[in-house]
Design a protein around this ligand. Structure first.
Ligand SMILES: Cc1ncc(COP(=O)(O)O)c(C=O)c1O
Length: 380
């Protein structure tokens, strides 16, 4: 028996007819760039989240870059970002000449630890860096503690950007992700809970100026017409074809989020007596983009992966090296009292199959395999 880590095929079987029809419509009208499906998708997303502006774009990374351009981030300014995240969260600051300041995450929920933001700010001040904002990350599917992060930002005159590449579709204390910060960015990478069949992303904001700059930068810094250039920009549009596919997927997104929640609960029931299963921040829902266990010291991760692999259970390590220990980032400032939690998590996390179509029988087989390996110890 072998299992899919993420099962896009079952999803496609459900909606193939709709996808085929939507792709055929694009082929028929031929507006491959900024066709009607792009604005249809932006309108649907903006209604869903209740934000004034939704700007679709070429990827989650493009969305982060456009957001920072919209926030007018300048070279040598600093942005606080968790070290335990995917590269793209930290990559976009130095691409604009700015400085990521690495902050600590909370061991229980993997998201930015609001109590450790002050340490990161202090390190930046010591290094003479003008900190202007915070990038929170909705890691593995759940938003960070946005109320506390926003409060810290407010009292220090900082803006907040929510990197919701993994957490789109969730809510935090009754508000939808997309409306938890000045700007929110998401990714439509195929493996994401709402993914297309290529690269894609979107930015959400209530702020007219941020939206205007991001829209302009999405098309080479375009001004009042196509050949009038107002500012530096890039090519960062979402393809019409991808927007069409996303419209088909959006129809079943809420149902899939419920199925993901059911799968997560079932894993928790099956595994939590044996191993640390993921925990949500208070008042937060999760899209369960990735289901991540934390192994105790007594369990050898490589051994666990090898044994599971033999049983047809794919696993992944998100993320084996925190950003502050990666070569291109190791010279940037990090929170004053160290990033031990990020380093420890990088050594002990293990992600297992998670998607809406995982059956309870499959979950039982996967969980029994994990429990058996724990019982057998590291030498069997
Ligand atoms: C936390 C996080 N931020 C940003 C991105 C970048 O998204 P994309 O791959 O669409 O550029 C990802 C994608 O994996 C991500 O997980």
């Amino acid at each position: 028996m072998s299992f899919a880590f993420i099962d896009l095929a079952s999803q496609q079987n459900r909606i193939r007819e709709n996808i085929d029809q939507k792709i055929a419509a694009v082929l028929n009208h031929g507006q491959y760039i900024m066709g009607p499906e792009v604005s249809e998708l932006e309108t649907a997303l903006s209604k869903r989240v209740a934000t004034n502006h939704v700007i679709s774009c070429g990827s989650g990374t493009d969305a982060l870059l456009l957001a920072l351009m919209g926030l007018k981030l300048k070279p040598r300014q600093g942005v606080i970002v968790p070290s335990f995240t995917f590269t793209a969260s930290a990559e976009v600051m130095p691409l604009l000449g700015a400085i990521p300041i690495f902050a600590e995450v909370d061991e229980e929920t993997f998201t930015m630890d609001p109590a450790r933001l002050a340490d990161a700010l202090e390190s930046a001040i010591d290094a003479n860096i003008e900190v202007v904002g915070i990038m929170a990350v909705g890691l593995f599917g759940q938003p960070a503690q946005m109320d506390k992060i926003n409060a810290f930002a407010k009292s220090n005159g900082l803006w907040v950007l929510d990197d919701a590449a993994q957490s789109f579709g969730t809510e935090y204390q009754g508000s939808k992700t997309g409306a938890l910060a000045e700007v929110t960015c998401t990714s439509f990478f195929p493996a994401k809970p709402l993914g297309c069949y290529g690269d894609g992303g979107a930015l959400f904001t209530q702020d007219d100026e941020i939206a205007e700059i991001a829209r302009s930068c999405r098309v080479h810094g375009q001004g009042i017409h196509k050949y009038h250039t107002e500012r530096l920009g890039m090519t960062a549009r979402l393809d019409t074809m991808q927007a069409a596919i996303l419209l088909a997927k959006l129809d079943i997104f809420d149902e899939e989020l419920k199925l993901r929640e059911k799968v997560a609960k079932n894993y928790h029931n099956l595994l939590s007596d044996w191993i640390k299963t993921p925990v949500c921040n208070q008042g937060s829902t999760s899209s369960w983009a990735i289901y991540t266990l934390t192994l105790p010291k007594s369990v050898d991760r490589q051994h666990m992966q090898e044994k599971l692999n033999i049983k047809g259970v794919p696993t992944a390590i998100y993320y084996p090296i925190p950003m502050h220990l990666q070569k291109p980032y190791s010279h940037f400032p990090r929170a004053k009292y160290g990033l031990e939690v990020s380093e420890r998590l990088a050594q002990s996390v293990l992600s297992i199959p998670m998607h809406p179509y995982l059956t309870s029988q499959e979950q039982e087989t996967i969980s029994s395999a994990i429990i058996q390996i724990i019982k057998d110890g590291n030498n069997n």
